[in-house]
Design a protein around this ligand. Structure first.
Ligand SMILES: [Zn+2]
Ligand SMILES: [Zn+2]
Length: 424
């Protein structure tokens, strides 16, 4: 188990000095039957114990006065260091379905908090508490609300949520206030908002929960697990257990149906006819693959990929260039995002792969280089610049983009023997 970092920076700009020893001592006392192990209440008990958390000047930190965002970073660090226990999550890989088991907090990148690198425009952006955030429609009385406002909350103000974390969830007016929801559409009364949320379609409520997570949790509190079977990136919440419930009420309603394989193939064929002609290319094989999608170096399942023509290394026969579309990635994207436009994305993917093809014929693919640069940059933002340099220094450059070098050649071989360009 790693030790608790002695000095960390929090999203608000505060600095906290932490004592590993005092925290572990406090953890032994914080465990009581009515407090959920690994939860927020337990974290509060530990952080408020003597000598655990101090300001840079050495004074005890007023933990209840911290913003929820700051508090959750401290809680994540406690779980990461094993001061608080976390049961491993057991999930299927989002890409290939293979089950994996991992304690998400063990994969948290803590260096940006330690090295004071909380300046990423996206990952460290403050939440906008003033504007109304768009959500799917939720019925409130006789009106449909399509937006939500969320105020900042301190630990003290969020205590009703912490207290409810070990009990089954029902959204009460007190919880609405504790979550910081100040308006749902035009409705401002907590009692009416609680009622509306309790009856909201699962999908709409999840959009609300996503907004609440964005407001009260740093975007850095995420673990990136790379699937050992297919290399796909699976992002997991840290801490895995959050005091704001992600699911209430009815199970999800069915979405607009996704085309079956035959219908999808027909869409791809007609799109390709049109796009090949427009871009003046021909003789590129077009394949719809309904197996486990290949992933890019960053572990993102691909919508499509391009493989240049050449001579097949094993068979020694010439092979045409190929564009491959991954049916299951389209399906997964559609599942995640209602607004995902399947036809438009097919068009864009084919067009994108043709660009790779033309670059390849020209002898230079700046698009491919750009894509690799984006993946590496994203990894560095998450891991932290100094930590990335340290890992590179230790010869762990492969951990940078999180290459799964041991496994990915297997599925590359399954496709083609020669050179393979990842894309989209
Ligand atoms: Zn997988
Ligand atoms: Zn590409």
């Amino acid at each position: 188990m790693p030790r608790l970092s002695a000095r960390v920076h929090l999203p608000s700009g505060r600095v906290a000095r932490l004592s590993d020893e005092a925290a572990r001592r406090a953890a032994a006392h914080a465990r009581t039957p009515d407090v959920r192990p690994g939860g927020s209440m337990e974290a509060l008990g530990i952080l408020e114990a003597k000598d655990v958390a101090r300001t840079d000047a050495g004074a005890p930190i007023d933990v209840r006065g911290l913003s929820l965002r700051d508090f959750h970073v401290l809680r994540a660090l406690l779980v990461h260091a094993g001061v608080q226990a976390e049961a491993p999550a057991e999930l299927p890989c989002e890409n290939c379905g293979e089950a994996f088991r991992v304690a998400p907090s063990s994969l948290l990148e803590i260096a940006p908090f330690v090295d004071a690198e909380l300046d990423d425009p996206e990952l460290d952006a403050p939440f906008d508490h003033e504007t109304a955030h768009v959500i799917p429609a939720i019925r409130v009385g006789t009106e449909l609300a399509r937006s939500i406002r969320i105020a900042a909350r301190t630990v003290e103000e969020a205590l009703p949520l912490f207290r409810a974390e070990s009990a089954p969830t029902r959204i009460t007016p007190a919880l609405v206030v504790a979550m910081g929801i100040t308006a749902l559409g035009r409705e401002r009364r907590a009692s009416a908002i609680a009622k509306a949320l309790a009856a909201a379609p699962g999908e709409a409520y999840q959009a609300v929960a996503d907004c609440l997570y964005e407001a009260h949790y740093s975007a850095r509190l995420v673990a990136v697990h790379r699937c050992a079977a297919c290399g796909a990136r699976n992002d997991l919440d840290v801490p895995w257990q959050r005091e704001i419930p992600y699911e209430i009420g009815e199970p999800r309603k069915a979405r607009r149906a996704f085309p079956d394989l035959d219908a999808f193939e027909a869409m791809v064929t007609s799109a390709a006819d049109r796009i090949y002609q427009a871009r003046r290319v021909r003789n590129i094989d077009l394949i719809v693959d309904d197996g486990v999608p290949a992933c890019d170096d960053g572990g993102e399942p691909l919508l499509g990929c391009y493989t240049p023509g050449g001579t097949d290394a094993t068979l020694g026969i010439p092979r045409a260039p190929e564009i491959r579309l991954f049916y299951r990635t389209f399906q997964a994207e559609h599942r995640h995002d209602r607004s995902f436009d399947v036809a438009a994305e097919i068009d864009e993917t084919i067009d994108h792969e043709i660009t790779h093809h033309l670059h390849h014929l020209a002898g230079d693919d700046p698009l491919d280089e750009e894509e690799h640069a984006v993946i590496e940059k994203e990894a560095i933002r998450r891991i932290g610049k100094r930590e990335a340099a340290r890992r590179a220094g230790r010869g762990l450059a492969s951990e940078l983009a999180g290459f799964v070098r041991t496994t990915w050649p297997l599925f590359v071989i399954a496709f083609v023997a020669t050179y393979f360009t990842f894309c989209r």
